[in-house]
Design a protein around this ligand. Sequence first.
Ligand code: ADP
Length: 561
Amino acid sequence: MSEITDRLVYLGSSQDVTESKIAEEALRTSQSGLARANVQLSAAQRLSQTGSFTWDAKTLELDWSDENYRIWDFDPAVPPTMAMIVDAFHPDDRDPTMAAIEEAALTRSPFDAYFRIVTRSGAVKYLHTVSMPIPEITSHAVFLGSTQDVTESKLAEATLKASEAELARTNTYLTAAQRLSKTGTFMWDLEEDEHNWSEVIYQVFGFPPRTKVSMDMIASAIHPEDMPAVEALLRRAAIGEKFELVFRVLRSGGEMRHAQVIGHRIGEIPDRRVFLGALQDITQQKIAEADLNHARAELAHVARVTALSSLTASIAHEVSQPLAGIITNANTCLRMLAADPPNLDGARLTAQRTIRDGNRASDVISRLRGLFTRKPATFEQINLNETVREVLALSSTELQRRRVIVRTELLDDIPLVLADRVQIQQVILNLVLNAADAMADVELPDGEVHVSSRAEDGGFVRLSVRDVGIGLASQDVERLFQPFHTTKADGMGIGLSISRSIIEAHGGRLWGVSNTSGRGATFAFSIPGALAAEGLSKQVAAMPERVPETDSPSFSERRNG
Ligand code: ADP
């Protein structure tokens, strides 16, 4: 402005018309240049949301740009005052900002502050003001400065900080959750043999945290018996397939851990085989499973012995009968030999009968021995019809004593099953004795138990035991399968639950229903035939009589050997 004032003064004193024309032209150019600069400045201020001002620290006069009014949301028609500014400050920022302004005015030093204001409409804005005293004015401090609206970037910063804090928190939770669930995550670059592990995986393998691991190190820590399965997994992974496996790790100290791994290829990296996965330490679970299997096997044995005890009288009879036969036959044989002439043909015949009776008694005893002793589960191909006959041979006298007639309908065309003979005998015995019990209180002249076998679709074999006893009437059938549920005065209530777990371990099902026609109930099971069962050998092993190996020092020996 001073420049323009100079020119006006200059024009005012000129008398030369030509010169005055030139000067007029120059003035116009300069005015339009100034107007353009003003427009540009104002646009720039608006775009950058930066207003400018001057403030006389002595007279407290303020001179604001348009953008400054907009930023502070002040009425452009009302000249701003310090009181209005103080009033607009956010209550929390008012005192510190005013103190900083006073300090700058007093010491005539630059001012640079972030503060919040609350606008007329109640909005909170973050502002950044920088200003400095105009050096040309020496009498007192007159500040020139700019104020920028930094609300957006402050909010973005706050959001970023919050999401960073959230991320840190999530990470903490994740690490804690991984520790608690004994699960670790990993990233595996197959080509580069690069492994990025979280803490838990190092613990499972017993490697110091953050060690650089390689596939060789991992392989050497895996239980040799599990190596074929791991190699198969690696082959599947190599062609980009998903993988899942339970394997054992032998730590260098000889301690064993059971781990379950699951992973898949990261699709976002098409040119490299990089896998993402999780590994869980399931050692405790495995130990608990082994303990449970052990307890279950113990219970199954107790239940079997208990069931057999109800047959003792009949079994004694079963053995004493052939023994009596043996004695009678032997006496007859002696008599025939002592005759004159000796009756050799008759003696031969009675000796043969003696042998037959001896075999009968020994059969009973060997069947019993099988049922009484505890043996590891052994799976062989058996014919269910034969198993039924073996059980009925042991229990027929008892059933006769209870006036229960057993009728069988065993179809010849059933497939062999892959099963543990003793366990299946136990199931059939339970079902037959339960059927007899169910008929005990029913007034029937001749209660009949019907045992039948038949082939089913899919290579399965079904065995049913149908009675005409009290039936299941209003009972919740599933409750009968719960351990220790019994309605009998001397019952243990474990027969059905054990039978079901045996059948399920054979890959089959066991159920009970009320007979639709007539009285009584039918309990039946269906198990896969030997061919269908091939793929089920793993499940079958879930019912071992023997405790599976868990941590044991002999692993390191075996590994070394
Ligand atoms: P327990 O024979 O020791 O009671 P189980 O587990 O074998 O134990 O049977 C549980 C219950 O199921 C029996 O107490 C009985 O109430 C019921 N139950 C089993 N079989 C039959 C059946 N054939 N008819 C009616 N009820 C049955």
